[in-house]
Design a protein around this ligand. Structure first.
Ligand SMILES: [Zn+2]
Length: 72
């Protein structure tokens, strides 16, 4: 899909924490979503962070922009 390096479980934790305080970038959300989708550990953790992950799902549902990658 992309050439970005996959994020780690620790990155995922940080992104989830950050999502409380600021809106994640589209790239961060994509990384987070992609990691959780493939990582059993984080799928388990997501149950503990259920409220946060619900917010993240809302983010995904409202502003996914395919191909709208910012060149940063
Ligand atoms: Zn993970």
């Amino acid at each position: 899909m992309t050439n970005r390096e996959p994020i780690t479980c620790q990155d995922t934790t940080w992104l989830v924490s950050d999502s409380c305080e600021r809106e994640l970038t589209a790239e961060e959300k994509a990384d987070l979503h992609g990691h959780i989708a493939t990582c059993e550990l984080c799928q388990g953790a997501s149950k503990q962070f259920d409220v946060l992950f619900q917010q993240i799902r809302l983010f995904f549902s409202k502003d996914i922009q395919p191909g709208g990658d910012a060149s940063e």
